[in-house]
Design a protein around this ligand. Structure first.
Ligand code: CU
Length: 742
């Protein structure tokens, strides 16, 4: 949490003092030298996770500004820099033949041994036998049949994408996927530096850890029926203390919200060590493939081919998804790692959402994209990643792990650069907006030079095109991990005009938004929240060279019809502050103020990834009610694996806004609110998660494990929990199975 720009000098000095005193302890925590358990023992934090008011350590202690967080002095160096740099388009990850991968991918984890770095060996328990201690598997995926790629023979990978998690460095292979004139004139042949603005220093290799170590953020593209093998190398430092003060060097990557087997879901406890890789197998299938359109005859269930046509695939075309993202999911370190750069986006193309606006075959929706390629045109289809960051006095990324309510940065970035501009033509554009913050919500309006809110067409929520587009002048509060796809028609304006995306959502802390301002208020510059106001400038630079062939049809993707599918079970999850922990497993349990109560069984539990809280039967449908236990905070709750339909808010279908009438994977509960959803559990099995996507809440420790154990094959009742180590993954029985889980 930052101090407002208008804070007094006394208060700033107090904040710097507290920040310095906390630095050592933050470092020791992030290095794993001490644990939060130790802090508890030493009396520095309370069971609830609060820093005790020790003078000079807690920002709250003996302050004249009691209860006002003063953790951070403002990030330096941004005055007058807004809208002085172009916004880079995402950097396309190369798609290669699977034969490119060496070694070749395998169904079960590749347990070939390699010699471990001595630093890794020294920092983990050893047996004393060097023949055991010094070797570990090259792939960190848990071994054996349970973590084998499901339906590997049915969906053999056709495309390989190989990435490495690395410290920040210049990008010499930037591929924006579009010509320079569609990327605000950026020359991609020049090395792209890892920095947030040309006037600011480069981020060092310990400050920022990204996919391939570079800026801009990475974009994966894929299409239905073309399985991807995503090989993820961990090339972070072997020494956990080489982390620039925060971030964990063990990682696991969640493809949010892929409908894949659990072995590919980035389970929080299936992480890999530096020097290892993990092969994720993304079949990219339509949900329902085992029961709906199994013979692949429906032309709407399809994938673009390379000649402008389509290939039909099995499954329910109503389950077609479009906009995903991928990010780290390391147990109790997700906030730090995602903040530190471990986030990218994934565009999925289909017969309906082709990425080609010219093909008129009665199925293609012809959304704004382009025409040059048969599918996947990015010319007028733009990924935007919003994230608030903070800097230290040296201009390096900074984080405060003592902010258990939620971490707020004071510097607004889009695609990892500070308040940029983006050149557009007079035509329709699609923007896929991702909230990649730790704890901040965004409410976006489009404002013209007079400050008047302009129309935007809301077409997709999370991964899913809506049943019908909705014209809005401002979005809902976009929670962390939510994706909002909007279409803006710039043909309404003149060449030379400028417009801005404006954040109306004001935060005072990381618990929830404090207020949604009017555009006039947000533009007035009076908000104490430095991330309120304009964050992206559109410069209308020319008429399009070719006519705009794109459309936004009145019907996009109707919801799957669940009316004839019986509801097998109802469950209730209440998201509360004041969690207890009933297990004490050194590897799988964590502590913190936040937790989840399942099925009114009494007791809000902090996360233990060895505990099974729910185990829906394979092939069934359930109704889940997600309740916010308090009015002082909001929680964007994410449920992995299947898209849900929102049946009711606060018990009533009438409270569901039009932009939430499609499918979703993140459900903002709103303060004191509840969301009732229905989901199916099908096609694959294994252990998945449900958690708050305010990643500070998630890490401390609002997360639970649920699983599908009767999907056939290797799946048993109550799956063993993986416990990764550099020498290999061991398994143990679940710590706990809640009475209502099965
Ligand atoms: Cu939360």
């Amino acid at each position: 949490m930052y101090l407002p720009w208008n804070a007094s000098r006394v208060r700033l000095a107090e904040a710097r003092h507290a920040q310095n005193n906390r630095l050592e302890i933050v470092r020791a925590l992030s290095w794993g030298q001490i644990t939060r358990r130790d802090l508890l023992k030493w009396g520095l934090i309370t069971v609830g996770g609060l820093l005790v008011p020790t003078h000079g350590l807690s920002p709250f202690a003996t302050s004249a500004y009691a209860e006002v967080p003063t953790g951070f002095p403002p990030s330096p160096g941004f005055l007058g820099l807004e809208f002085t740099q172009p916004m880079p388009r995402f950097d396309l990850l190369p798609r290669r033949p699977v034969t490119f991968l060496n070694p070749a991918p395998t169904k079960e984890a590749n347990t070939t041994l390699h010699r471990l770095d001595p630093v890794l060996v020294a920092s983990h328990p050893t047996t004393g036998d060097p023949n055991i201690d010094n070797f570990g598997p090259i792939e960190g995926r848990p071994p054996g049949p349970i973590w084998a790629h499901q339906q590997w023979e049915v969906f053999p990978p056709k495309v390989a994408i190989e990435v490495a998690q690395e410290g920040a460095k210049a990008n010499t292979v930037y591929d924006p996927g579009v010509p320079s004139h569609l990327n605000s004139g950026i020359d991609p042949t020049k090395p792209f530096p890892p920095r947030f603005h040309p006037n600011l220093p480069d981020q060092g290799p310990l400050a920022f850890w990204t996919f391939n170590g570079t800026f801009p953020p990475k974009l994966m593209i894929g299409r239905y029926g073309e399985p991807i093998l995503f090989r993820h190398h961990n090339r972070l430092p072997y020494d956990s203390t080489k982390n620039g003060g925060f971030g964990r060097h063990t990682i696991t990557t969640h493809e949010h919200n892929g409908h894949h087997g659990a072995e590919n879901d980035g389970f929080t406890g299936a992480f890999v060590y530096p020097g290892q890789f993990y092969d994720y197998h993304y079949p990219i299938v339509l949900a329902g493939l085992r029961s709906i359109n199994t013979d692949a005859t429906d032309p709407r269930a399809g994938s673009p081919d390379d000649a402008g046509g389509t290939v039909k695939v099995a499954g329910d075309w109503h389950e077609t998804m479009s906009t995903h993202w991928f990010h780290d999911h390391m147990f109790s370190f997700t906030a730090q790692n995602v903040y530190k750069g471990m986030a990218g986006m994934f565009n999925i193309y289909s017969a309906l959402d082709r990425g080609n606006e010219a093909v008129d075959d009665g199925v293609n929706l012809r959304l704004p994209s382009g025409t040059a390629k048969p599918w996947g045109n990015l010319d007028y289809d733009v990924n935007l990643m919003l994230a608030d960051k903070a800097w230290d006095a040296d201009g390096q990324l900074h984080f405060d792990i003592f902010e258990f309510d939620g971490f707020l940065g004071d510097v607004m970035t889009v695609n990892l650069v500070y308040r940029p501009f983006f050149e557009v033509e007079r035509r329709k554009y699609r923007f896929r907006i991702l909230n990649a913050s730790v704890s901040r919500f965004f409410t976006t309006a489009l404002a013209d030079a007079s400050g008047t809110a302009q129309p935007m067409i809301f077409i997709a929520n999370d991964g899913n095109l809506l049943p019908h587009p909705v014209v809005v002048t401002e979005t809902d509060e976009q929670g962390i991990a939510e994706r909002y796809d909007i279409v803006i028609d710039f043909s309404r304006y003149k060449v030379g005009d400028r417009l801005w995306l404006v954040n109306l959502c004001e935060h005072e802390n990381g618990k929830k938004p404090s207020k949604d301002l009017t555009p006039a208020e947000a533009l007035s510059g009076k908000s104490a929240d430095p991330c309120v106001g304009r964050y992206l400038e559109f410069r209308i630079v020319r008429d399009p060279a070719r006519p705009d062939l794109s459309r936004v049809p009145d019907t996009l993707i109707p919801n799957p019809d669940l009316s004839r599918i019986p509801v097998a079970r109802e469950r209730v999850f209440e998201f509360n502050r004041g969690a207890n922990q009933t297990t004490n497993d050194p590897d799988t349990t964590f502590f913190g103020p936040w937790g989840i109560e399942t099925d009114n069984q009494g007791g809000t539990l902090a996360a233990d990834f060895g505990r099974i809280s729910a185990a829906p039967r394979f092939g069934t449908r359930e109704i889940w009610t997600l309740k916010n236990g308090g009015g002082g905070w909001d929680h964007p709750v994410h449920i992995h694996f299947e898209e849900g339909q929102v049946l009711a808010r606060d018990g009533s279908p009438g409270n569901v806004p039009p932009w939430e009438t499609g499918r979703k994977d993140v459900y903002r509960l709103r303060p004191g609110g509840s969301v009732t959803i229905t989901m199916q559990f099908r096609d694959f099995g294994g252990m998945f998660m449900e958690h708050c996507h305010n990643t500070v809440h998630e890490d401390n420790a609002m997360l639970l494990r649920w699983e599908i154990d009767d999907a056939g094959g290797a799946f048993l009742k109550a799956l063993p929990t993986p416990i990764p180590g550099p020498q290999g993954v061991t398994f143990m029985d679940p710590d706990d199975i809640l009475p209502t889980a099965f």
